[in-house]
Design a protein around this ligand. Structure first.
Ligand SMILES: Nc1ncnc2c1ncn2[C@@H]1O[C@H](COP(=O)(O)OP(=O)(O)OP(=O)(O)O)[C@@H](O)[C@H]1O
Ligand SMILES: [Mg+2]
Length: 170
């Protein structure tokens, strides 16, 4: 069987300036790019994810910010009302940054499904920041929707069409 190498054209010209030497995303065009931020409280994990969102959204990407603590709406506008409204934004690409308010795994799951579906359907540059990712993913705890949310996170990490994902693990 012949496996074609997937080239994400939207990553060929994208770059991130996070301090130090600018990072050319072309280096990740065949692999995709995922980030996990792990660190003590208040050390800038969320801030780093937001910086990436702002820079990629400034380069034509759509960023989806999963916001369990309700702190991002004041910075990036009112949270999208429901999963179908999110689907509308990801279809029309009418917002550079979309905030999703989801306080637990159960609330996250329907939004996560829409993100995966739209990533596969449209194959357009999409960055997803999952803030406080520990709420939506666990190795053992499978109840209250955490199992399903964990599966969505895993699929997002492996997706060929989700171009970058930041998983803020507090
Ligand atoms: N790059 C930075 N330079 C200077 N100060 C920063 C930077 N990033 C974050 N800070 C400061 O640190 C504070 C905490 O940052 P942030 O909320 O990103 O941390 P966090 O690691 O996500 O914390 P938590 O684990 O509580 O979610 C910010 O309010 C800001 O004042
Ligand atoms: Mg944080």
């Amino acid at each position: 069987m012949n496996h074609a190498v997937i080239q994400r054209s939207e990553m060929m010209s994208a770059s991130l300036a996070l301090g130090g030497r600018p990072l050319a995303l072309s280096e990740y065009a065949t692999t995709g790019l995922m980030g996990v931020a792990v660190g003590p409280r208040g050390h800038g994990k969320t801030n780093a994810g937001l910086l990436i969102a702002e820079q990629l959204s400034g380069q034509g990407w759509v960023s989806v910010l999963i916001d369990p603590e309700g702190e991002l709406e004041s910075m990036y506008g009112e949270a999208t009302k429901n999963p179908e409204a999110l689907r509308g934004h990801l279809t029309a690409r009418d917002r550079a940054i979309v905030v999703v308010s989801a306080k637990d795994a159960g609330e996250f799951v329907p939004f996560g499904q829409v993100i995966l579906e739209c990533a596969d359907a449209f194959r357009k540059p999409l960055y997803v920041l999952i803030d406080e990712g520990q709420l939506f993913s666990a190795a053992k705890k499978r109840k209250d929707g955490v199992g399903e949310a964990t599966d969505i996170c895993r699929r997002a990490f492996k997706s060929d069409h989700l171009c970058a994902l930041n998983f803020d693990q507090g």
